[in-house]
Design a protein around this ligand. Structure first.
Ligand SMILES: Nc1nc2c(ncn2[C@@H]2O[C@H](COP(=O)(O)OP(=O)(O)O)[C@@H](O)[C@H]2O)c(=O)[nH]1
Ligand SMILES: Nc1ncnc2c1ncn2[C@@H]1O[C@H](COP(=O)(O)OP(=O)(O)O)[C@@H](O)[C@H]1O
Length: 201
């Protein structure tokens, strides 16, 4: 379970998309949200866009692995697709905020790897939110106002990437994933493999 969090506009959606294009072993956990769809976003691909009543029903039916209120909207990770992917041995990428990350951490999943993305500067963050050109000025201002709060959560993460250049950040993210996959405890069947080697097979 690879978690990416950042203040809005630091680049986690861009990085997620590039990682998913580059790595066939990892799939995105598509969140549900009550926020409005942005131009270019596709229902079921970027998010599942649902109304508040539907979201509340899903909470009542315990259909979320975690959920939180962010920028006055609900966001949540549907449980079933994540459990299905993990049981097939696939990796899952989560683009969720610090509240969701804390909820996953509290569940004590030892296969959780948390990465925090920082912008190079506050000016860059604002410029990125403006040039993304998908949010009205008041929404950009609201996201900038929350950025300092969001960024205070960096010590709760295992890795931090300062997203200056997107290609460098992608290389760094891929390196994290590669190193985590090579951890002894994540390499299933290693004892049998070494046993066979020691027996000269
Ligand atoms: N806890 C939680 N946070 C989510 C989920 N999906 C998205 N988020 C977070 O909600 C925040 C707002 O996301 P979004 O509206 O797409 O705006 P953006 O970050 O500016 O692209 C971001 O911090 C996301 O990481 C989720 O399922 N659970
Ligand atoms: N390293 C970078 N350098 C310059 N612009 C970037 C970089 N990373 C992302 N961006 C741009 O910044 C904007 C916000 O990125 P996005 O991935 O939507 O952020 P987030 O998902 O964290 O809100 C987008 O227009 C994206 O193309």
């Amino acid at each position: 379970m690879l978690v990416l969090s950042s203040p809005s506009g630091a680049g986690k959606t861009t990085l997620s998309r590039q990682l998913l294009d580059n790595d066939a072993e990892i799939q995105l956990s598509v969140s549900c949200t009550t926020r409005a769809k942005r131009p270019g976003e596709k229902d079921g691909v970027d998010y599942r866009f649902v109304d508040t009543a539907t979201f509340r029903d899903m909470i009542d039916r315990d259909e979320f692995l975690e959920h939180a209120r962010v920028f006055n909207h609900y966001y949540g990770t549907p449980r079933a697709p994540v459990e299905a992917a993990l049981s097939q041995g696939r990796d899952v990428l989560f683009d969720i905020d610090w509240q969701g990350t804390q909820q996953l951490s509290e569940k004590g999943r030892e296969d959780l790897v948390r990465v925090f993305i920082l912008p190079p500067s506050t000016r860059d963050l604002e410029r990125r939110l403006i040039t993304r050109a998908q949010d009205a000025p008041d929404i950009v201002a609201q996201r900038m106002a929350k950025a300092a709060d969001e960024m205070s959560h960096w010590p709760e993460y295992d890795y931090v990437i300062i997203n200056r250049d997107i290609a460098t950040s992608l290389t760094q993210l891929k390196s994290i994933l590669t190193a985590e996959r090579l951890k002894r405890e994540r390499q299933y069947g290693l004892s049998d493999f070494v046993k066979a080697l020691r027996e000269g097979r």
